[in-house]
Write a protein that binds this ligand. Structure first.
Ligand code: AMP
Length: 303
């Protein structure tokens, strides 16, 4: 594999404690950039930009290395790694955050190594929009930029967020965040308002109900891959978006058809990811299993 990075991803790295109705797992590897890079790594050479503390286990770093994720953009700061804990309700749709300890994440300033600045694809995962802008300013004209966000930034940093949205090619957010940002209950109206800010695509995630890709002249609806059971939906959106960007980078394209095909791949990777906690399932996954499930997904969706 050549040294150059095709896809740069920035986001959070967390040590999570997660409780579902059937299981509790403590101090497991999480964070948006961990899920997204793991998903992308199946398709393309991916560089990680994030921060961990001096307490971060070497075994977790080894997981990323085994997945061929480039770690030159990973910073280690004195102190503790970001920690998050949450509990899922019986239906697994709703989740409550029990605690968030920012630790070294509080003073995170993402710096891109020289080798990451020319990457043609960039995924600005969920961090403060001012930091997303800071990353964007360090890059050299990426071909395609995706940004993700969350309700917190819509509530406390909407001006900064609007600025990043104006500079990206695609925005992804979930249903309730699209409604919160725009004040529209209708997703069609919300997407139209978001498109008016500048991006060519708005990708609205609907959890277990799939996703919707809006552009000025088109709409594409994709189901989620149907699973009989799953263990933990944490990070599913990051896995979906990371897989999508990895597959898009591997295609070398940015047109609507390439994005639709990349969404199919992202959705399939996310379906594997939720089968187990953390990166446990993705660590055991290979390209053949992915392609088999992609084929099955296409058959059942008549795609
Ligand atoms: P998601 O399921 O998409 O909300 O992503 C869950 C991941 O996000 C977990 O692994 C957490 O470590 C991480 N996370 C939780 N809260 C935050 C936050 N405020 N900022 C950044 N990352 C977070």
């Amino acid at each position: 594999m050549s040294h150059s990075i095709d896809l740069t991803i920035v986001g959070s790295i967390g040590i999570d404690t997660i409780e579902t109705p059937t299981e509790k797992r403590e101090e497991i590897l999480g964070g948006s950039v961990s899920y997204a890079c793991a998903a992308a790594s199946f398709f393309t050479h991916t560089g990680m930009v994030g921060v961990v503390g001096t307490d971060f286990p070497q075994t977790y770093r080894d997981i990323w290395t085994q997945m061929n994720i480039d770690l030159e953009g990973l910073q280690t700061q004195t102190g503790k790694t970001f920690r998050w804990s949450g509990v899922y309700e019986a239906n697994m749709d709703n989740r409550q955050t029990l605690s968030t300890e920012l630790n070294v994440f509080e003073n995170f300033t993402p710096n891109l190594p020289e080798t990451y600045r020319d990457a043609p694809y960039l995924f600005l995962g969920n961090i403060h929009p001012a930091l997303q802008l800071h990353v964007l300013e360090q890059t050299h004209n990426p071909r395609f930029v995706l940004i993700d966000t969350m309700d917190l930034w819509i509530n406390i940093a909407k001006d900064d967020l609007t600025q990043v949205i104006q500079k990206c090619d695609m925005l992804t957010l979930n249903e309730s965040e699209a409604q919160l940002f725009t004040g529209h209950h209708s997703l069609m109206q919300a997407a139209k308002t978001l498109l008016e800010l500048g991006p060519d695509y708005v990708l609205i995630k609907k959890g277990g109900n799939g996703s919707m890709l809006y552009s000025r002249d088109d709409l594409f609806l994709l189901h989620a891959y149907p699973l009989e059971t799953f263990a933990d939906p944490t990070g599913a959106g990051d896995t979906f978006a990371g897989g999508l960007m990895g597959a898009l980078a591997a295609s070398g394209k940015t047109d609507a058809e390439a994005i639709r095909q990349a969404m199919v791949h992202g959705s399939v990777i996310a379906s594997f990811g939720v089968e187990k906690f953390s990166l446990d399932r993705l660590q055991q996954l290979d390209r053949d299993q992915i392609e088999q499930r992609v084929q099955h997904f296409r058959n059942i969706c008549r795609l």
